[in-house]
Design a protein around this ligand. Structure first.
Ligand code: WTA
Length: 604
């Protein structure tokens, strides 16, 4: 296994680094190749800028060049929620679909730089519209299918898109999700704002489009041209906005550039997975999260491989669903998340046979710490002790994988060894006072220099971007995670140091939950605390001081589900008369955490 990216010598000095970054850019097709590489500045007035004189088109890199070389090769396999629902798209097919979607967007008045919201499950059309936006230089804003109308409203109001693409309904496992109703409810809540048109795909013909601003995709697509030139997009222009939770109350729209992100998606994939031409890559991540963007859609297509998009759940209709998909499609690289592994490993119905997974050659995990038991189960049962297990660490803000064991000799990995920083990245561990820890130790995980995939901002909140990531420790990018450096210089991730709670790989901030509850005047104060959970990794324990006697537990939970989504549902809720405070009057969160751990006999 080898890939040209991996044959490059590690960069050392400044000139060396410049050449290295330029070298990585050469794997893409540019309309105007860049001469510049890293023009970013860290510090209190940080700006992130990569390849700023380069011009390219992301969709051309994902599709046109591969369609020209191997148009019949399968680019994307869409696997539906129910068994037997498989849709294959060759590079030629996918290109044709993307051209059609791009022309429909144009016909609806979408221009370069406009935002387009995509509220769809993980189905081929999600990737098609993402690529269609990229083709015309529009900025996609994919909204996770599990969001509530309140969460959608916030994101739509913040990103201010001209159009929202959705479908009437979708099945997720045994559940029906009312995409259109949720979208319409969110739009209804956006009173006084610019109206947002809806483009409806997969219409069941029952939707009334006269009363509302709904356009049917199937109708428009009949009358668009069969060609669509790729827009010339500056490397620093945004490719997409993706919302994620951070330390502040409301989720932030992380903005990724076109050029730097494309280079990092391509390179991080090459370095981590060392792909081969006939790989069938399956990332189980939903398109609504960053892994769905970088590794379900963009990176495998940039590499001209076959990617799998699965709409359903690992447990529906049975616990064998994933293994059946791997066996029937011949998946070679499987990238998933610890929560699902914990779920499947604990049910004997969830164990694959050697026959089921014989096509696999590499396993990857992302999103949460991969505990030793899950690592071992993944290695022995899914990989039959023959596939390396790559635990990968990264974030929405990093665009792509930042830490992972090397694919080359990873059969010697074990779950405790930690993740190796690649030589091109300058990681640092900081003490609370901001001094760097040399050698072994535990501290705040930071980076001292930029990399191509680094987010370029928070949509509409330039100063917040600097404040959250660059001002705590001037000169560093603060990841928000704590890590331990091992004697070999590897990193073990220990969890967040801010108030972000990682529930089954979904980021939710305590402040987000508290703000949504305090928006009504029936709660005097409340605290949402992250505590360990056997299956989900972490869950929320909620302490509420009611201001009205008739406040019910159900109404509190319903409010969270309505404003954020059911993934943020608390597992423990306690009503109390008051909350413990520190000497400076802040809620003493550590006391509450200890209390809940003690009550439930939990450790940590
Ligand atoms: C956590 C997901 C431990 C971490 C790609 C990070 C992990 C946050 C790992 C980002 C891992 C991600 N081990 N923790 N391998 N991967 N995390 O933005 O706390 O949804 O900061 O991006 O997930 O979550 P996000």
């Amino acid at each position: 296994m080898s890939h040209p990216d991996n044959d490059q010598p590690p960069p050392k000095g400044h000139a060396d680094k410049h050449d290295y970054w330029l070298g990585l850019a050469q794997y893409l097709e540019w309309i105007k190749p860049p001469q510049e590489t890293d023009q970013s500045r860290f510090g209190t007035e940080a700006t992130i800028s990569w390849y700023n004189d380069g011009i390219l088109n992301m969709a051309a890199n994902c599709l046109d060049r591969h369609a020209a070389q191997h148009g019949d090769k399968t680019a994307l396999i869409g696997v539906g929620n129910d068994e037997g629902q498989i849709r294959n798209f060759s590079y030629q097919d996918l290109l044709a679909e993307v051209i059609c979607a791009a022309n429909v967007l144009k016909k609806m008045g979408i221009r370069k730089g406009d935002r387009v919201a995509i509220f769809l499950p993980t189905i081929p059309e999600a990737a098609i519209f993402m690529l269609a936006c990229a083709r015309i230089g529009a900025v996609h804003v994919v909204l996770f299918g599990g969001l509530s109308s309140g969460a959608l409203e916030h994101r739509l109001s913040d990103a201010n898109p001209s159009l929202l693409i959705t479908l009437p309904k979708a099945q997720r496992g045994p559940k029906t999700l009312d995409f259109l109703s949720i979208a319409q409810e969110a739009l209804g809540r956006l009173q006084g704002k610019r109206p947002i048109a809806i483009l409806l795909i997969h219409s069941d013909g029952k939707t009334d489009c006269t009363a509302t601003n709904i356009t049917f995709y199937e109708t428009l697509r009949q009358s668009v041209p069969t060609s669509c030139p790729c827009a010339a997009v500056s490397a620093t222009d945004p490719l997409f906005i993706l919302y994620t939770s951070g330390t502040t109350g409301t989720p932030k729209g992380i903005v990724h550039s076109t050029g730097g992100y494309a280079v990092w998606a391509h390179h991080s994939f090459a370095r981590t997975f060392v792909p081969e031409a006939d790989d069938i890559f399956w990332s189980t991540a939903d398109v609504g999260w960053i892994t769905g963007h970088s590794y379900t859609v963009y990176a495998p297509l940039l590499h001209g491989l076959t990617t799998v998009l699965f709409e359903g759940m690992p447990t529906y209709p049975t616990y064998r669903r994933w293994w059946d998909i791997i066996a029937s499609l011949g998946v070679t690289i499987f990238y998933t998340a610890p929560t699902a592994l914990r779920l499947l490993s604990r049910s004997h119905h969830g164990h694959p046979s050697k026959q089921d997974t014989k096509s696999l050659r590499l396993l990857g995990s992302v999103g949460e710490p991969l505990d030793a038991a899950s690592w071992n189960w993944f290695h022995h049962y899914v990989g039959h002790s023959a596939c390396p297990v790559l635990d990968t660490w990264w974030q929405t803000e990093t665009g792509g994988i930042m830490l992972s064991p090397p694919a080359e000799n990873s059969m010697e990995n074990d779950p405790h060894m930690g993740l190796q920083p690649p030589t091109e990245l300058e990681f640092a561990l900081l003490e609370e006072n901001g001094s760097e820890i040399k050698g072994t130790g535990i501290g705040a995980l930071c980076l001292k220099a930029s990399w191509p995939g680094q987010a370029i901002g928070i949509w509409g909140h330039e100063d917040l971007f600097r404040q959250l990531y660059f001002r705590t420790y001037p000169g560093y990018y603060l990841t928000g995670d704590e890590a331990e450096r091992t004697p070999k210089g590897y990193y073990r991730l220990l969890g967040r140091i801010d108030d972000v709670v990682n529930i089954s790989g979904h980021r939710v901030s305590s402040a987000e939950i508290e703000e949504c509850l305090l928006a009504n005047d029936d709660i005097r104060e409340c605290a949402a605390i992250g505590v360990p959970h056997e299956l989900k990794g972490q869950c929320i324990a909620l302490f509420v001081v009611p201001d009205r006697e008739d406040l019910t537990l159900e109404s509190v939970i319903t409010r969270i589900i309505r404003e954020i989504g059911s993934y943020a549902r608390p597992d423990f809720v306690e009503f109390c008369h008051n909350l413990p405070k520190t000497s400076s009057g802040k809620i003493a969160r550590s006391i509450l955490k200890q209390q809940i751990l003690h009550q439930n006999n939990m450790t940590k």
